[in-house]
Write a protein that binds this ligand. Structure first.
Ligand SMILES: [Mg+2]
Length: 198
């Protein structure tokens, strides 16, 4: 697709996008005592300080567990290698922590594609759907927004891209869809790879 052929700056969500989805968010909410539809990070943020610390420690344990289980999405290494060989800048923007993001990247064999400074977790930028993390990465790269893409599997990924004014790609084989915030929708990373002009 013509829209993707000139893109040089690529920001990816990690969990469920570059990795197969392993996070059982219903279980996480249950362990933390949150409502079934709660925004986990926001709900923790709203707690009194002492409870918040306990919940963050619980969340850390759960996320460490899931990071070790991370498995690569089909086609992820081929896609990243292709982008890297074409000289593209590659970044990660996750609502997880940077530490666990780097653990997951190692677990799927993709750590070498990302400089540490280009992996942003929830402590390096306001969590998605805030566009802050995208803007930080684009500034680091001196990137032009018209050449930049945000790729993810969830609404927050697409919304952050929309708010940052970059092209958004939704990767998802399920019927979930957020058309108002999606520029391009693909079922998987092979399909995305096929759209590249390089
Ligand atoms: Mg995700």
């Amino acid at each position: 697709m013509e829209l993707l052929q000139q893109k040089r700056f690529w920001i990816f969500d990690l969990d469920g996008t570059l990795t197969k989805p392993v996070h059982d968010f219903a279980h996480i909410r249950d362990v933390l005592g949150l409502a079934p539809d709660a925004d986990i990070l926001r709900a923790i943020e709203e707690q009194p300080e002492a409870i918040k610390r306990t919940m963050l420690a619980q969340l850390d344990r759960l996320e460490r567990h899931y990071a070790a289980l991370a498995e690569p999405s089909e086609g992820v290494i081929a896609l990243l290698a292709r982008l890297q060989n074409a000289g593209c800048c590659l970044g990660i923007l996750t609502r997880n922590t940077k530490e666990f993001a780097e653990l997951s990247l190692s677990a799927i064999g993709a750590a070498s594609f990302f400089k540490s400074i280009d992996v942003l977790g929830r402590d390096e930028a306001a969590p998605k759907p805030s566009p802050e993390g995208i803007n930080i990465l684009l500034n680091q790269w001196g990137a032009d927004k018209t050449q930049s893409v945000m790729v993810g599997d969830f609404h927050f990924d697409l919304l952050s891209g929309r708010l940052a004014n970059v092209t958004t790609v939704h990767v998802d084989a399920s019927p979930r869809h957020w058309p108002e915030d999606t520029d391009i929708r693909v079922d998987n990373l092979f399909e995305l790879s096929d759209m590249l002009g390089y």
